[in-house]
Write a protein that binds this ligand. Structure first.
Ligand SMILES: Cc1cc2nc3c(=O)[nH]c(=O)nc-3n(C[C@H](O)[C@H](O)[C@H](O)COP(=O)(O)OP(=O)(O)OC[C@H]3O[C@@H](n4cnc5c(N)ncnc54)[C@H](O)[C@@H]3O)c2cc1C
Length: 336
């Protein structure tokens, strides 16, 4: 089958929420969009995993809606049954209920329900780590570790910015110094995230999440109360300072410390009911110094854009809007 020469094509690195929404917008407008992601599944930091019988969100825990454009998307996800409202507020650091009236949403079967839904019908290649980017007269070519090469008229990079910067420097293209400096100003906090499968109650107060927003722990969530796990399953996130100081520490030491800290916070002997644990070391979790615009064009001809949660608002809503704005730019409808 021969390709229509008038169809524009775009390579998108990253199948997180920003990359998938950029791809679906472009595809709807007749573009050929190819999404490449190094992970086994889609979703990026909207990550859900199984451990034994438990189902855990171990990256993003929930998301909020502020603006109209994102509200429209979330309406669609609610209608499709892939998102649900979890609560209108979590317990505070003292375990006291706190409601502010703003809905907090979750994926129906975990956060990845949403990216999986968006990815349906898109050309998404998972398990493909992009290792080299080259520019050519009529576009871009990327090379994956597997040897796969993909060419396109435009390139959108949604990987966390330090990874995107490494990629863009890997081949024949030279990033302008001014743009490099803007990108190098973006920084991230790390997060040590622990999944704990239990054979007893989690001890979390209603509605199954404690938003501590601090140190040494930042968050404790009950995936059963959240409605995504059939068995008691707790996610614990360490705060940015604690995560930074212990990021390279021995796995068992980190796990034991986090279980003990969570038990102290909940006033229960959590350690005595643990069946299994799994630790994720998120090197790039929350963006601490985002670029103020919703995307950054580093080359107009051929087009190369950086987007994702580092552009605009550093959260799920911001990442989603950034992907949409990058696609709008490529289609000549600048909404950014
Ligand atoms: C622990 C944690 C808790 C969080 N909690 C919340 C929360 O409660 N609420 C909220 O709104 N936000 C939260 N966030 C932030 C939220 O997850 C992100 O803002 C959002 O998911 C980012 O989406 P994205 O598409 O910009 O990037 P990502 O989801 O990071 O997607 C980028 C993708 O690029 C891929 N990639 C990277 N390099 C390559 C390569 N070389 N080749 C191929 N693929 C590559 C990665 O595998 C990844 O899938 C949290 C994040 C973390 C880590």
């Amino acid at each position: 089958m021969s390709e229509d020469p008038n169809r524009r094509s775009c390579i998108i690195v990253g199948a997180g929420i920003s990359g998938l929404l950029a791809a679906s917008t472009l595809q709807r407008e007749g573009w050929n969009a190819t999404v490449l992601d190094e992970s086994r599944g889609v979703g990026g930091r909207m990550a859900t995993r199984r451990l034994g019988e438990g189902n855990f969100d171990h990256g993003t825990q929930f998301f909020t809606v502020r603006g109209e454009r994102f509200a429209g998307l979330v309406e669609g996800w609610l209608g499709a049954g892939v998102a649900a409202e979890w609560t209108r507020g979590f317990a505070d650091a003292d375990g006291q209920p706190y409601e502010d009236g703003h809905p907090r949403y979750r994926g129906a079967e975990g956060m990845t329900s949403i990216p999986k839904h968006i990815a349906r019908g898109l050309d998404v290649r998972t398990g493909e780590r992009v290792v080299r980017v080259d520019s050519s007269d009529d576009g871009w070519e990327v090379t994956c570790e597997s040897g796969l090469r993909v060419a396109g008229n435009a390139l959108v990079l949604t990987a966390p910015v330090p990874q995107g910067l490494d990629l863009v420097s890997s081949g024949s293209y030279r990033l302008p110094d001014r743009v490099r400096r803007l990108l190098e100003a973006v920084s991230y906090d790390p997060c040590l995230a622990l999944m704990v499968l239990l054979d007893g109650p989690t001890g979390l107060p209603e509605p199954g999440g404690i938003q501590i927003k601090g140190e040494p722990l930042d968050w404790i969530g009950d995936n059963g109360r959240k409605g995504i796990s059939e068995v008691p399953a707790v996610t614990v996130h360490a705060g940015p300072e604690w995560s930074r100081s212990h990021f390279e520490d021995d796995e068992k030491e980190v796990i034991d410390s986090m279980i003990s800290l969570a038990g102290d916070r909940l006033g229960t002997d959590l350690a005595s009911t643990v069946i299994a644990t799994s630790l994720t070391r998120w090197r790039y979790s929350w963006v601490t110094n985002p670029h103020p615009e919703p995307y950054l064009v580093t080359s107009d001809d051929p087009p190369l854009l950086f987007c994702g949660d580092a552009f605009g608002q550093p959260k799920v809503e911001g990442a989603a809007l950034s992907g949409l704005a990058a696609a709008d730019h490529l289609m000549g409808r600048d909404t950014g």
